[in-house]
Design a protein around this ligand. Sequence first.
Ligand code: PLP
Length: 425
Amino acid sequence: MANDKLAIDGGRPVLTKPVVDGWQQVTDREKRAVMDLMDQGILSVPSGGVIGALEREFADFVGTTYGLACCNGTSTLHSAYMAVGVGPGTEVIVPAYTWHATVTPVLHCSATPVFAEIDPRTLCLDPDDVERKITERTRAICVVQVWGNVPDMTRLRAIADRHGIALIEDASHAHGAAYMGKKVGSFGDVACFSMQGQKSVSGGELGMVVTDSAELFDRMLLLGHFGRIDKGQAGPTFPGIGDMSLGCKYRAHPYAAAIARIHLERLPELNRLRTRNYEMLNDMLRGVPGVGVVDPLPGAERGGYLEFKWVIDPDDLGMSRERFADACRAEGAPVSADRYSSLNFTYGLLHLAPLYNDFDRTKLGGCFYDPTRPDLAKGLGYAPGSLPVSEDLCSRMIGIPALADVPEAVVELIGRAMRKVAGAR
Ligand SMILES: Cc1ncc(COP(=O)(O)O)c(C=O)c1O
């Protein structure tokens, strides 16, 4: 058939118009909410007000006792690590396949990250490798529900409990996801959510940290929320420290909180649309030789997403990942090589980044290394091949933006374009 000739080779593309997602993060509702605050002359809210409302609503949504709004997701991770006692002499088990901000706050606590493998079934931390990497120094495990995928949270919780260590969730990609009917964010001792511009609940730049522990909540207040410790939940968690506490300013902006409150209301619809579109594409691609579909584990409900992912096999496809992505784009499908996996894109897989290897962290000022283990400041000893499963998966992953308000017919054309490139009829 003439139409089988790939567009990249001069054939007719499957999609003739650019794919436009009609889902708007800024609608009249968000504009009005910000304008209302402006009309009241509100520029900063230390606690309560719109910040308190978002904290309450988000904690209720996740099913935790407390929520603490912060200025971004990175500060929530710093707060979480600090709160659970990550410090000199301790280790935190993290995936290498994540955004760098999951891990860099471990350095801010002068502790050591230990990179563990991801599981091909979920793209999230592999519980077996987590168990192998636990030492007497391990203080916490940080699981990332990457791209809205959900690992076996019950098992990860049980591992943490068995070893008496903290479980932290970096649920920045997974707003509204669940495991066995329980929302992601309610399994960890502390759970962190970025609400940066692209996230499914966003304030532009914003974060939220949730916990059931009054003491952990207070420790996080102490780190980053000037003037709130007197309203702490655990009573005098650190008597005598005074209002100034530790003085980081991790307070959220009220306009960001106002926007995020509306996004939280709209989240179920966003997740419904994204889940429908991803499932539609997965149904079209399941069984296509060379294209691996990542299905949810039994009992897992994905959410948030950020991007839709597949793991291709270049040998089965008879072409490189880059050629596959280029050819799909030529067909009009917005496919790209996974952005966490290329060393040319800012850092690639984290365990191979200079910061954890050749770069001498003693030269940074401050103490961005474990002073009890200065040998590790000049490299944690990860070489290519040290996380073979993660490295292999990442070298083969492709993705498209998480489609929400896109007509089903267009989603189907994207699937057809990918099938065409994969050589499936
Ligand atoms: C998995 C993950 N963790 C943490 C962060 C950091 O969040 P923020 O950019 O809001 O500081 C991000 C941001 O994209 C992220 O994707």
